[in-house]
Ligand binder design. Structure first.
Ligand SMILES: CC(C)(COP(=O)(O)OP(=O)(O)OC[C@H]1O[C@@H](n2cnc3c(N)ncnc32)[C@H](O)[C@@H]1OP(=O)(O)O)[C@@H](O)C(=O)NCCC(=O)NCCS
Length: 187
């Protein structure tokens, strides 16, 4: 038994023609620029950041390590992958934040899978990752950035708005979820 649920998502956009604040990390954290040897680490941080979130219901790849690895591999080998907008944050005990960038057919920069592991949220790392990726787009002359965010994801929506992103379109993603009664009886 399955039922369809519709998740409201915003496509948000930002022009990159105006200066943005610098991406600053708190003490004890450092940037890791893209390198092919970091693919598995991006996938792991993506998994740890997303697997318990609503986005993992909408995009099932985000709910498993294997799915995150496949997704990261797919992003890396897209012809429009943007390494300059793809970053990890390393902390004292390992990597704790990830972001990736892709270009679309207009040459606009798409932010993908911005995630910070739950135990390191609220420290400014999400904002820093976003600003660092945007600086990467600017460094390769990308004029505009865009992303998609689930409307109920308040921390993310608030962060994007604070940096200047505005909603340009609302999208509804249909997801087939197991019916709660089916789950209760083990179907
Ligand atoms: C969204 C996410 C990346 C934010 O990362 P973070 O490191 O906690 O964010 P920051 O500490 O940099 O906070 C940046 C801004 O986000 C907003 N924010 C962060 N946590 C918030 C919360 N719990 N409630 C409301 N707003 C919040 C605030 O505007 C904050 O700015 P402020 O501190 O000046 O008020 C993180 O919550 C996350 O990884 N979530 C799961 C994955 C996800 O949903 N990613 C977004 C996909 S579109």
């Amino acid at each position: 038994m399955q039922k369809t649920k519709y998740f409201k998502r915003h496509r948000m956009e930002l022009t990159l023609r105006h200066p943005l604040p610098a991406a600053e990390l708190p003490e004890g954290f450092r940037w890791l620029a893209w390198d092919d040897s970091l693919l598995a680490m991006h996938a792991e941080v993506k998994f740890l950041s997303f697997h318990q979130e609503t986005d993992a219901l909408i995009f099932p790849s985000l709910s498993s390590r294997a799915g995150c690895h496949d997704l990261m591999h797919a992003i890396r080998y897209r012809v429009n992958f943007c390494p300059r907008a793809t970053w990890l944050i390393a902390g004292p005990d390992g990597c704790v934040g990830t972001i990736q960038g892709l270009l679309d057919e207009n040459g606009f920069g798409g932010i993908q899978n911005l995630g910070v592991v739950p135990e390191c949220r609220g420290l400014g790392l999400g904002r820093a990752l976003l600003l660092q990726a945007l600086a990467g787009f600017i460094s390769v002359s990308v004029p505009r950035a865009f992303l998609e965010v689930t409307a109920t994801n308040e921390p993310a929506v608030r962060m994007y708005r604070a940096i200047g992103f505005r909603s340009h379109k609302t999208i509804y993603r249909a997801v087939k979820l197991p019916h709660p009664e089916a789950v209760a009886v083990g179907l």
